[in-house]
Ligand binder design. Structure first.
Ligand code: UGA
Length: 422
């Protein structure tokens, strides 16, 4: 089967490369010529475990990349994987979705073969039926051979290839059986539960899933803040909580909160959607509120030990929104550093991968090539990312002027670090 994947970003690349691994003939379409050239040369424009190997195996063979949409004409399925950034008011901005839908529609104008346009991007409920269908139908001059489906992604950055190949579930939304059946056939080789729903439910499943995971994290953080006031360890408490199979042990790690390109954006979008329908999303608003408070709280704990931070040298270890990535989007390190700067602290930062990206946000702070460099002569230290290598830090802390070490992620193995909520 021939497939066109629109969007060569993180979701599109993983989807295209993994479907090529499953022997489909895939063309990835993107406007960025540099990205297209890299893919065609078998080089990955982003770092993602296992992706480079997949590209090396399939690029130029059954995986091609192009800046044009011509491949859509001979494909049976096109998969829209473009971004849906957060607009000013927290809503999802659909401009890339509309443009992809129109371009696909134009290619399908005179096409006689059956083709299913599938949305994989995270889009607000009703976007496929209310925005994508009309855009494709109008651009294709109402070609009757086009079907529509919604197939959300549940990929975590860093382990996205594995998540694609071994999913917990595959959700396929369609309002007609034929469209859903064709998309389902893509997964015939996967040993996985496939859930068939309507288009709008599939869209909502993605928002509800991310919002629930974000809720678990904010819940653990709030319970952690309470545990700390009792002098008990939230990790021990959550271990006991997570053993209940109705709860599960995952995503209960308390700390400085969730970041990344998905949770903050998707919870905000669901809040916006609820309000637009006259529903007050009390719980979701609190989820974001707890998340905003945690990075402020960690600086407050530091101040309890050091008093006024003006002129004090503070090491910040970890800038990425989680370990094993250079992605700093909505990283909890950003509001913490903002606060430190506001308090007049002299910030010395280190991240194994994300220093360069953070320089664009905070050019005024000092960056180091090692944790030891950032810790030298520091009055205090904040740990903001769960980098595995931080668990091996030990003697490096002896370089500090004062050993005041506050962890926003439970990662250090030294006895005198204080946790944000443990
Ligand atoms: C998240 C979801 O996990 C994916 O299922 C989803 O497909 C993806 O968003 C998306 O919508 O595209 P991702 O943003 O890559 O994936 O990152 P996660 O591994 O989920 O972590 C998100 C944030 O939560 C990180 O800042 C992490 O440190 C934090 N976190 C995670 C906690 O604070 N505690 C936990 O127990 C788990």
């Amino acid at each position: 089967m021939k497939i066109s994947v629109v969007g060569g970003g993180y979701v599109g690349l993983i989807t295209g490369a993994c479907l090529a691994e499953k022997s489909y003939h895939v063309t990835i379409i993107d406007i960025d010529k540099k990205k297209i050239d890299a893919i065609n040369l078998g080089r990955s424009p982003i770092y993602e475990k296992g992706l480079e190997e997949l590209l090396a195996r399939h690029s130029g063979k059954n995986l091609l990349a192009s800046t044009g949409y011509e491949s859509v004409r001979d494909s049976e399925i096109s998969i829209i994987c473009v971004g849906t950034p957060m607009g000013e008011d927290g809503s999802a901005d659909l401009k890339y979705i509309v443009s992809a839908a129109e371009s696909i529609g134009r290619e399908l104008k005179n096409s006689g073969g059956y083709h299913v346009v599938t949305v994989k991007s995270t889009v607000p409920p009703s976007t496929t039926s209310g925005t994508v269908v009309p855009a494709v139908m109008s651009a294709s001059e109402n070609n009757p051979n086009i079907g529509f489906a919604m197939n959300p992604e549940f990929l975590r950055e860093g382990i996205a290839v594995d998540d694609f190949m071994n999913p917990d579930r595959v959700v396929i939304g369609s309002d007609d059986k034929k469209s859903g059946d064709l998309v389902e056939s893509l997964y015939s080789d996967f040993n996985v539960r496939i859930l068939r729903t309507g288009l709008v439910s599939a869209e909502m499943i993605k928002y509800a899933s991310n919002s629930f995971l974000a809720t678990k994290i904010s819940f653990s953080n709030e319970v952690g803040n309470i545990c700390k006031s009792f002098g008990i360890d939230v990790y021990e408490v959550m271990e006991g909580v997570g053993l209940d199979h109705r709860i599960s042990p995952y995503f209960l790690n308390a700390g400085c909160g969730f970041g990344g390109s998905c949770f903050p954006k998707d919870v905000s979008a669901l809040i916006h959607l609820a309000k637009s329908k006259g529903v007050d999303p009390v719980l979701l608003r609190s989820v974001l509120k707890v998340n905003e408070v945690q990075p402020i709280l960690i600086v407050d704990i530091l101040k309890k030990h050091l008093g006024d931070l003006n002129g004090k040298r503070i090491a910040v270890l970890g800038l990425a929104f989680k370990g094993d990535t250079d992605d700093i989007r909505d990283s909890r390190a950003v509001p913490a550093i903002e606060r430190l700067i506001m308090e007049g602290a002299d910030v010395h930062a280190f991240d194994p991968m994300a220093n360069e990206n953070m320089k664009a946000v905070f050019p005024e702070i000092t960056y180091h090539d090692s944790a030891a460099g950032a810790l030298e002569d520091a009055d205090g230290c904040l740990v903001m990312t769960e980098w595995p290598e931080f668990s091996r830090l030990d003697k490096e802390f002896d370089k500090m002027k004062k050993r005041v070490i506050i962890e926003g992620r439970r990662i250090l193995s030294i006895p005198d670090a204080e946790g944000i909520c443990w």
